[in-house]
Design a protein around this ligand. Structure first.
Ligand code: HEC
Ligand code: HEC
Length: 403
């Protein structure tokens, strides 16, 4: 049900015999699903396969058909990648009764939702996948080399959703690797603060690059390399392991986007950037003054801030985009993408009805009927027939909408 601007699911995970979790916190909260911006395929024109792939990838990322076979569905009927990673980001809003200790966290190694059960109640903080092109390795412990490896793992193993086709994976990877970090005019390409940054943040930048008193070869920037999106692409033990992960190494996270992604660390153990600064001050024995800690926090807030892209409102509809995307999805030997696509395209065409630029109702009806036929033909693996119907659709769209 939709409540207060959020999807609220009252499905109790307790029914799945999760007992480890119950002692740690009260099982009283409902599941909150809040997702990113709705998919809008027909408002975009594609001039390359890559651009069309990214669109299909966003669709798959946000379509509840993708994880349909996964036991995740016991948590909510419309679970998508986007449920936990809204628009590819991460926000402290997802809370799964029985699997989360705080909003933004989830025990992914639990047999209730996964093929992997480690016997420990150890929720992980959902990471953002923004900037994925630059942030290898993947997984909180950095055990995956590429977005592709992680994505395959996420669908097939982590959430037991079956083996997706190559095109599904390729498009999901294209979408994720195309997600930008927030636009941040206060840092330049080498990750240095620009002149416009506030004075406190500039003082914080100096502290960030100052050698540690007990280890003059090390600064914060040794691991968070400013010129490389604040990454060293390595894992380290910074004393953060708890709950069966003591002494474990975790991936150095980027410091871009952190303003949008509390809580922090692999298990969300810190609620604010100030708390992280306090932690490292103690852990590395830095002896920072109150003012220095505040300056370092300001620096992190500037580096981790910026603005996220907003979708254009009321953009015009390009019906021919349906042809480009269907053409690409039919190169797959799988029904899934075509099914997602036809469902989404018919929804968008339905919404278009009656608008000033829209063709007559009967024309839209005819287009949707042809799309449904394509879907039915791919469902029974008759791809040749589906291609022929796509040609009919092409003629129909060219005839009425001028291409
Ligand atoms: C129920 C919540 C949830 C859903 C749904 C979900 N993820 Fe995740 N995702 C997580 C968590 C938690 C992690 C951290 C897991 C780990 O480190 O092992 C993660 C990690 C990732 C990472 C690694 C990011 C990094 O920088 O390390 C990628 C990529 C990713 N997910 C992609 C996907 C894709 C693609 C889907 C849809 C098929 C998906 N996720 C669905 C919760 C979710
Ligand atoms: C030895 C390498 C190393 C050094 C030095 C280091 N960090 Fe980190 N940092 C890490 C690792 C690894 C994590 C992730 C820990 C985890 O997930 O449990 C992290 C996490 C963070 C986070 C949380 C980001 C998030 O999205 O969860 C912030 C903020 C941060 N570091 C800032 C700093 C600052 C400021 C300093 C200097 C005082 C510093 N780090 C020094 C390796 C390092």
């Amino acid at each position: 049900m939709f409540e207060n601007g959020r999807w609220v699911f009252g499905v109790g995970v307790t029914a799945l015999a999760i007992t480890v979790a119950s002692a740690a916190f009260g099982l009283t909260r409902a599941i909150h699903l809040d997702q990113g911006t709705p998919v809008s395929l027909l408002t975009v024109e594609h001039d390359s396969r890559e651009s069309a792939l990214i669109a299909l990838g966003e669709l798959a990322f946000k379509s509840d058909f993708l994880l349909e076979a996964s036991p995740l569905r016991t948590l909510g009927t419309n679970m998508t990648c986007d449920t936990c990673h809204p628009d590819g980001g991460a926000r402290d809003i997802v809370f799964f009764e029985g699997l989360s200790d705080k909003p933004g966290n989830l025990d992914v190694t639990n047999r209730a939702i996964s093929l992997i059960e480690d016997g420990v109640y150890n929720p992980l903080n959902v990471p953002s996948v923004r900037g994925a092109k630059h942030t290898a390795p993947f997984g909180r412990d950095g055990r995956f080399e590429s977005v592709e490896d992680f994505t395959l793992f996420a669908i097939a193993n982590e959430f037991a959703g079956g083996i997706p086709s190559d095109l599904v994976i390729e498009s999901l990877v294209a979408f994720q690797e195309n997600l930008p970090f927030p636009d941040n005019p206060l840092i330049d390409l080498s990750g240095r603060l620009s002149d416009a940054a506030p004075a406190a943040a500039k003082r914080g930048e100096e502290i960030f690059n100052r050698p540690f008193p007990n280890d003059p070869n090390m600064t914060c920037g040794t691991c968070h390399v400013a010129s490389d999106y604040f990454l060293d692409h390595k894992t380290h033990d910074v004393g953060s392991g708890r709950r069966g992960r003591a002494g474990k190494e975790f991936e150095t996270p980027t410091l871009r986007e952190t303003v949008f992604t509390p809580p922090y660390f692999h298990d969300g153990q810190h609620d604010s950037l100030a708390e992280v600064v306090d932690y490292f001050d103690t852990y590395f024995d830095l002896g920072l003054t109150d003012d220095e800690r505040a300056d370092l926090t300001s620096y992190l807030e500037v580096v981790g801030g910026g603005t996220l892209q907003e979708p254009a409102a009321n953009a015009p509809i390009h019906p021919a985009t349906a042809l480009t995307l269907l053409d690409l999805s039919l190169t797959d030997d799988d029904w899934l993408l075509t099914r997602m696509l036809v469902t989404q395209l018919s929804t968008e065409l339905d919404r278009w009805r009656g608008a000033p630029e829209a063709p007559p109702e009967a024309t839209i009806d005819a287009w949707i009927a042809l799309m449904r036929r394509i879907e039915a033909q791919t469902k029974v693996q008759d791809f040749a027939a589906a291609r022929a119907t796509l040609q009919d659709l092409e003629i129909a769209i060219a005839g009425t909408a001028g291409g």
